[in-house]
Design a protein around this ligand. Structure first.
Ligand code: PLP
Length: 359
């Protein structure tokens, strides 16, 4: 049975993206492929309003590979990072810092809790060099305030590192205005391509930092990616079909395409969240991001069981949660090629479950 996909990655792909990904692949050590890479780099930086002199690199790995490149090649043992830890992806940054011996302090939030100015500015940042944040903490559907974080980093002189894997395209990210130094995303979230590529935008300050930092990964070396990328080439064979999809999408999002797509996501999310009032779910996050809606199920209903029922009996794949939230929270994505009809199908499944006394 074909599954209607409301996951947060991979997401429902546009037919054109599927077509691009299914094509015969060209050899990539050519001037033509270099052109494609350089254009994709410029397109990504433009969508982020990156400051003059910024660069972008494409790594053949999932989003976590991009996070690992940050912990191993942007940061070193001489750094001390403040990590905003409000869920699964915040924990991952903490674990990566631990793994690579980067000194760090976690600002821990309850799952779904909003980061307030009071809480953030109360942190003593003496000796700290960087701030790591998952702008949209996807595990709980919670968005942090990029403007506030930017002001904080500027005031405290911290390198501002944003995991925007599930925030890119969904949220307004202006690197120059926010003073962001690193912005990471991955191919399978709102870009709606196949998984397998991490995109990193690097401000001049981030490039300088990388130049001074021992690259503690061979495959993920950002210095090597930057050096090779100057001529539009990756250091190693890249996930080429994903790159072709990414390049195609980045081009299509230029000249207002991104804003148009965001407006559509907003419409879908608003519609879905409004309709949710009819069911016994509650919004989980104090500050919901656009990319997905995290919902808490009522006492007597396991969120994981609901995920299984929707998948097996209705052909609808919502996004389950793991760990402590496994039985209480599930998520419904708004990224990818989703339309009103798709949400109506999900709502009618909820209606049917109510009729059956299962909701
Ligand atoms: C999806 C996601 C990642 C990357 O996860 P992968 O499974 O490695 O692609 C990282 N950070 C956030 C916030 C995400 O949503």
């Amino acid at each position: 049975m074909e599954q209607l996909l409301f996951a947060v990655g991979p997401v429902k792909m546009h037919p054109e993206t599927c077509r691009v990904g299914g094509e015969e692949l060209p050899y990539f050590r050519t001037a033509e492929f270099s052109r494609l890479m350089l254009d994709a780099e410029a397109d990504y930086l433009r969508l982020l309003s990156a400051p003059e002199g910024s660069r972008a690199v494409f790594l053949s790995c999932s989003g976590t590979g991009g996070m690992e490149a940050i912990a191993s090649c942007v940061l070193g043992k001489e750094d001390k990072a403040l990590v905003i830890d409000g869920g699964g992806f915040g924990h991952r940054f903490v674990e990566l810092c631990r793994f690579y011996g980067v000194e760090h302090e976690a600002l821990e939030l309850r799952p779904g809790q909003m980061l307030t100015e009071e809480r953030l500015f109360a942190v003593n940042t003496e000796g700290m060099t960087a701030l790591l944040v998952n702008l949209h903490e996807t595990s709980t559907g919670t968005l942090y305030d990029i403007g506030m974080l930017g002001r904080f980093c500027k005031e405290r002189g911290l390198l501002f590192v944003i995991d925007a894997v599930s925030a890119f395209l969904c949220e307004d990210i202006n690197m120059a205005a926010a003073g962001a130094d690193v912005v990471l995303t991955a191919s399978q979230k709102a870009l709606a391509c196949a998984p397998g590529m991490a995109l990193l935008a690097l401000s001049p300050r981030a490039q300088e930092k990388i130049g001074k930092t021992e690259q503690r990964s061979y495959y993920l070396s950002l210095q090597s990616a930057l050096d090779n990328g100057k001529r539009g080439q990756p250091p190693f064979t890249l996930s080429e079909s994903v790159m072709l999809q990414v390049s195609h999408r980045l081009r299509g999002l230029q000249n207002g395409g991104m804003e148009q797509e965001r407006a559509l996501m907003q419409q879908n999310a608003d519609f879905f969240r409004r309709e949710m009032a009819r069911y016994p779910f509650t919004l989980f996050s104090e500050n919901p991001a656009l990319g997905c809606t995290a919902l808490r199920t009522p006492e007597n209903l396991s969120a994981h069981e609901l995920f299984l029922t929707l998948k097996d009996e209705y052909g609808i794949c919502v996004c389950p949660n793991g760990g402590a939230l496994r039985d209480t929270v599930f998520r419904v994505g708004h990224m990818g090629d989703l339309c009103r009809e798709d949400y109506l199908r999900l709502l009618s499944a909820f209606d049917d479950l109510q009729r059956r006394g299962k909701l």
